[in-house]
Design a protein around this ligand. Structure first.
Ligand code: AMP
Ligand code: MN
Ligand code: MN
Ligand code: MN
Length: 281
């Protein structure tokens, strides 16, 4: 039955860098025919209760989620936690630390970009976009758009925020093992988000999966917008070799991003869908 369930286990609200409030996001997912879903904001679980209430009233099966930014051997990876108890006390300190860490990093991004000739009040402008939510590079991209310094989010990343640019400020993210431990201690499961989006070779992805599975993660995403059929095939093969779970999601952020829509990602067939594990929990 799960095989036919329309699910989406990766999406963002305005509690992190998404455009829609959690309840609006749930309404849009229901309109798109999604039956089971998880809200997975970056480094915050602040949107889960609003999203859950809305999802349940719309008749959808809601799964608590979060996309944790983590360090793996000096590289940044994203880990999706699913099906955990959001009331677990361990979240308080962990999330508080991430809030401070992201705020410090944002101030550093602003300093670096000011040195590159951008206005001095960039932090305040980005913070205005983030509100009380987790601040990230997309909020700076929006500020740069407002200032007409760039003409698209992509250009903002290419010139000021992406890998190798001034705004690509390193932070001391929690380690992957800490992230996995947090989610496991709260009764949840962890999968690697969008494995082909880190500029890693497949050899490196396999090494990463070895470490993650050893630390208690259960699987990886094999379908998400932008994954090529060839890469998807490799990811499914990897999951099969490791006998681990597979997940999928739209990574939806905003209706403006025409290449994503809720409940949509390239179709695939694979064994051990994480939805089976979540329904059983
Ligand atoms: P941060 O967590 O602050 O490092 O910001 C990362 C977020 O920026 C990702 O979750 C994406 O939503 C967004 N992002 C990363 N690269 C790009 C890009 N090239 N264009 C637009 N958005 C991007
Ligand atoms: Mn994002
Ligand atoms: Mn991500
Ligand atoms: Mn995401």
């Amino acid at each position: 039955m799960n095989a036919t369930l329309r699910f989406d286990l990766h999406m963002h609200s305005n509690m992190s860098d998404g455009a829609l409030a959690p309840a609006e996001l749930m309404q849009r997912a229901a309109d798109a025919g999604v039956q089971m879903l998880a809200l997975t904001d970056h480094d915050t679980i602040g949107g889960l209760s609003e999203a859950r209430a809305a999802a349940v009233s719309l008749g959808m099966q809601f799964v608590n989620g979060v996309e944790l930014t983590a360090d793996w051997r000096g590289r940044v990876v994203h880990l999706v936690g699913l099906g955990f108890d959001a009331a677990a006390p361990a979240f308080d300190l962990y999330m508080q630390n991430l809030m401070l860490l992201r705020d410090d990093r944002a101030q550093e991004i602003a300093r670096k970009l000011h040195k590159k000739g951008l206005p001095e009040n960039l932090y305040e402008l980005a913070r205005a976009h983030a509100g009380d939510s987790q601040i990230g590079r997309p909020h700076f991209a929006k500020a740069l758009l407002d200032l007409d310094k760039v003409s698209s989010m992509q250009e903002a990343f290419d010139r000021y925020l992406g890998q190798g640019t001034a705004g690509d400020v390193k932070a001391t993210w929690p380690s992957y093992s800490e992230a996995i431990e947090l989610i496991k201690s709260a009764g949840g499961v962890v999968v690697l988000a969008h494995p082909t989006k880190y500029n890693f070779t497949f050899t490196k992805i396999r090494e990463l999966m070895t470490d993650l599975l050893d630390a208690g993660a259960l699987g990886l995403e094999v379908s998400f917008p932008g994954v090529t059929p060839g890469h998807q095939h490799e990811l499914i093969k990897l999951a099969q070799q490791r006998q681990c779970y597979v997940s999928a999601g739209s990574d939806f952020h905003s209706p403006d991003q025409r290449w994503t829509s809720l409940g949509r990602y390239p179709e695939f067939t694979a064994e051990r869908l994480i939805t089976e594990r979540l329904s059983a929990a």
